[in-house]
Design a protein around this ligand. Structure first.
Ligand code: ZN
Length: 203
């Protein structure tokens, strides 16, 4: 069961990139640039990981950094879509609020797996939420016209960080039925929320 949960967390994190953030970036900056930036993200996070190797909970740390960056860019994206079109802004806000549930679940499982205590995980998630709200407020007030292109660039690089982190999570599991079941359910959850949020945008 625990193994299924960990594989599901990895599936949600990978699915968030594959079905949600990467297609969004690809629409804005193109498929090739998105793939290249994902690669840049993977390499950056691998370097970060090896640089902090001697630190305790280095893996949990680099995962947390990816989530924090992700939340910050997400808050900015919501603010920018608000300024472009308040109706779309509301929908993006609803979609972001909705996907925080699986995302925070995945972070909880992953960070616990890499040795953080519940208290540390809750703090990391509160900081993540705080960053989202802060960047939303900052961009809404001061930079409502920030370029969506640069946000897409950052999203893609951080997406690479997500993939690297989820890869570490999977690398610790032995291939088994619960591995496959967990991974598949995680990917399905991520796909479902990506489809749901794109449906919302077309209402
Ligand atoms: Zn997110």
């Amino acid at each position: 069961m625990r193994k299924t949960g960990v594989a599901a967390a990895a599936g949600i994190i990978i699915g968030a990139v594959l079905f949600d953030s990467a297609p969004d970036s690809a629409k804005s900056i193109g498929v090739i640039s998105t793939l290249l930036l994902l690669l840049v993200g993977v390499v950056t996070w691998a370097a970060l990981h090896s640089l902090t190797r001697r630190t305790r909970s280095s893996t949990a740390m680099i995962g947390t950094v990816a989530f924090w960056g992700h939340s910050f860019v997400e808050g900015a994206s919501v603010a920018v879509s608000f300024s472009l079109n308040p109706r779309i802004g509301m929908i993006v806000l609803a979609a972001v609020a909705l996907h925080l549930v699986p995302e925070f679940y995945a972070l909880l499982i992953a960070l616990r797996r890499f040795g953080l205590t519940i208290r540390q995980v809750v703090s990391a998630e509160l900081v993540s939420l705080g960053l989202l709200l802060t960047s939303f407020t900052l961009f809404h007030l001061f930079m409502p016209g920030a370029s969506t292109t640069s946000l897409s660039l950052m999203t893609a690089i951080i997406g690479g960080g997500f993939i690297y982190f989820a890869g570490l999570l999977l690398a610790r599991l032995k291939l088994s039925v619960s591995y496959v079941t967990g991974l598949t359910s995680g990917l399905t959850i991520a796909l479902a929320w990506a489809v749901l949020s794109s449906q919302l945008l077309h209402l």
